[in-house]
Design a binder for this molecule. Structure first.
Ligand SMILES: [Zn+2]
Length: 695
């Protein structure tokens, strides 16, 4: 399945391999066993003065000043690769979901169809005795199919089947809105097929990267041995996998290049694309996948597909079988296969690449799995219990206030021409706000979930998803669809839909709290809303017009001014050394950094306006802090996070989000209003000598 990237607000470090396995290596938070009773929300506050470290000068390091108390109270748990305030909420939500799932998993005649599915899927995932007893048997028919591949001519049908069951081999195919016409759903073909996090892991030559590749080969080697291969054969096969993936990687765009939609826009049609691939019958592939054999298509990476075509012809068929066998094992190595596979998968992706010391308890991973496979069935119950209509209303009011602030901000920009301002405001006013959950819930009635069949359930869930995705081609675009499930602690902007999306899961303390005042809520949730809105106008989002079409609406002069201003941000983040020897990538993180800076500024404008209208006394203190100080502290406290150095490295090299410390301090150094609130001198570390600002 493939979709053009949407822009989430928080980074979730998820090795691609683990996503396919339906098991996010997400920050697990609590080390304690789950409570038997309904989870009681801990006292989480958006603004919490007890977390402040007064021994730190706020003008020296505002992040440490705001978060040190939280760091002391929250040592990094062994099963986490990072632990932040989002993790606190994530774990609380996960306990709530566990309770729902435990209730649903008790067999009863009164269970609804959705309760049967989420309950039995959870129970199947938790049933390690059955998973271990079955061993590789449930996967054997798939291994046999791969073993039966005798010639390149048989590859298209086999690959279609593997894609349908969620195996990330060679490339990805799915529906997406046409870049030129966002009202139309067409076929998208994208690069894929890698087991390491992204293409540069195959090309970098520094000692650490060389070591990681050796560790990857050792991992693939072990997985083949677990699947029954003799040691020498498994060693040889692991080298084959690395060789094929390296070839694919070298033909792929870098993750920075992928951020520019122009680099991914190569309109064609299915028939024309098939002519570009003489060694791979696209006609047979789409027929087997039940995807359209004609019609508009986008070849996102022509160079990659040319290389894939060559590879399909000149790679010995036994090596293709080896590569496919690896990706099949890899896709199912989580909770569907015996613990030996699960453990080895964790060891490479979570321990080696991201530094986790202990695997997350199974219930945590099974809860995550049901959320991914049946998110809207599970989310429906979650929303009914934990997201009252009044909270939705208050969030919507905040979204509208931040939107209004952006209108005023655009009017006040001194670098943009009147003509471009008109277009920018048209786009702003066309943004659709989606809050909490979908208006119409997904229908899972055709998805069969059987108790005791963890692997079969995972496979059918993938097939259901792929079929659902492909059925959209040629149909009207459904703007009410969500890319995140309701309990998700995150948010996103979708440039082709031109909408902002805030799941119910993030509309909770410590990000949003109906009991706290506007200073706290705007400092945190307001900035999140501003962040997503600004994505519509970052280096990627600004290339889409109000209808979500990839269409230039800027004058040449304004475009140049935007680029010059953005360049200031690129340089600012390029200069940051995240771990010794690894700097942030200013271009890769540009969109997120612009969204952070613009988002906080817009929320500040919205809040300040509201405070003025309400004649709020700006000198009155609460807990010893003025309203404006509490606004900035609430912002910083939303980002309190401890991260393992291994994950910091992975994040700096492969994630478009800057580490949370810089999402706080670097952003604030650019805002004179912040410096004023804490009377910081011009020479203070928290004041940029040359502030950057676009929005
Ligand atoms: Zn973002």
């Amino acid at each position: 399945m493939f979709r053009f990237a949407v822009s989430p607000c928080r980074s979730v470090i998820v090795p691609a391999a683990i996503i396919t396995a339906g098991l996010l290596a997400l920050p697990a938070l609590c080390q304690t066993a789950a409570p038997a009773a309904a989870p009681v929300a801990p006292e989480l506050r958006v603004f919490d003065s007890s977390l402040i470290d007064k021994t730190v000068d706020p003008c020296e390091n505002f992040y440490r000043y705001s978060c040190n108390g939280w760091f002391k109270r929250n040592p990094l748990p062994a099963d986490q690769t990072h632990y932040g305030r989002d993790t606190e909420l994530y774990e609380l939500n996960r306990l709530r979901l566990k309770l729902i799932l435990e209730e649903a998993s008790a067999p009863s005649l009164t269970r609804s169809a959705n309760e049967q599915k989420i309950g039995d899927e959870y129970a199947s995932c938790m049933d390690t005795a059955t998973v271990n007893r079955l061993g590789l048997a449930p996967l054997q028919p798939e291994l046999d199919r791969i073993a039966a591949l005798k010639s390149p001519a048989e590859l298209p049908a086999l690959l279609a089947h593997l894609h349908a069951i969620g195996v990330n081999a060679f490339f990805g195919m799915g529906s997406n809105q046409d870049f030129a016409d966002s009202s139309s759903m067409i076929s998208f073909y994208g690069a894929g097929g890698l087991g390491l996090p992204e293409r540069d892991y195959y090309t970098r030559t520094d000692a650490k990267s060389v070591e990681q590749r050796q560790q990857y080969v050792a991992h693939v080697h072990k997985m083949f041995m677990l699947a029954g291969e003799p040691e020498a054969q498994a060693a040889k096969d692991a080298e084959t996998v690395l060789a094929i993936e390296t070839r694919l990687a070298k033909a792929s765009l870098t993750i920075t290049e992928q951020r520019d939609p122009q680099n991914l826009n190569h309109p064609t049609d299915v028939v024309a694309l098939s002519k570009e691939l003489p060694h791979f019958s696209l006609a047979e592939y789409v027929t087997a996948l039940h995807a359209p054999a004609t019609g508009k298509a986008n070849d996102m990476e022509p160079k990659f597909f040319a290389e894939f075509n060559a590879l399909a012809a000149d790679t010995p068929i036994d090596q293709i079988r080896t590569y496919l066998r690896w990706h099949l094992l890899h896709a199912y190595a989580g909770t569907s296969l015996p613990e030996s596979f699960d453990r080895e998968n964790w060891n490479f992706y979570s321990h080696i690449l991201n530094g986790a010391e202990k695997q997350q308890e199974r219930w945590k991973r099974c809860t995550r799995r049901v959320d991914e496979e049946l998110g809207e069935a599970l989310g429906q119950v979650y929303v009914a219990r934990y997201f009252p209509p009044a909270e939705k209303q208050r969030a919507l009011e905040m979204a509208l206030a931040v939107e209004q602030a952006m209108g005023k901000d655009i009017d006040a920009l001194d670098w943009m021409s009147a003509a471009t301002k008109v277009k920018a405001k048209e786009k702003l006013h066309a943004v659709m706000n989606k809050i909490g959950y979908p208006e119409k819930w997904r229908d899972y009635s055709t998805l069969k979930i059987a108790r005791g069949d963890a692997l079969g359930n995972q496979m059918r869930a993938h097939e259901f998803d792929v079929a659902r995705d492909l059925a959209k081609i040629g149909k009207p675009v459904d703007k009410n669809e969500w890319q995140m499930t309701p309990p998700t602690v995150n948010a996103y902007y979708d440039p082709q839909m031109n909408n902002v999306n805030f799941p119910a899961g993030i509309m909770q303390a410590p990000f949003f709290n109906g009991q706290e005042d506007d200073a706290a809520n705007y400092g945190d949730m307001g900035a999140v809303i501003g962040h997503e809105l600004t994505h519509g106008f970052d280096d990627e989002g600004r290339q889409f017009d109000k209808d979500g079409n990839l269409k230039d609406w800027w004058t040449k002069d304004d475009e140049q001014k935007f680029t010059d201003r953005a360049e200031c941000t690129v340089k600012q983040y390029d200069a940051i050394e995240a771990v010794p020897g690894v700097h942030l990538n200013g271009k890769l993180t540009l969109g997120e950094n612009l969204a952070d800076l613009g988002g906080l500024w817009l929320s500040w404008l919205a809040w300040f306006d509201k405070a003025q209208t309400a004649h709020l006394d700006m000198h009155a203190t609460a807990d010893g802090y003025t309203p404006d100080q509490r606004f900035w502290i609430a912002y910083a406290q939303g980002w309190c996070t401890q991260t393992r150095p291994e994950q910091l490295r992975t994040q700096a090299q492969s994630n478009p989000h800057s580490p949370d410390e810089y999402r706080t301090n670097t952003v604030l150094t650019n805002l004179p209003e912040f410096a004023k609130s804490f009377s910081c001198k011009k020479t203070a570390p928290m004041v940029a000598p040359k502030p950057c600002r676009v929005w």
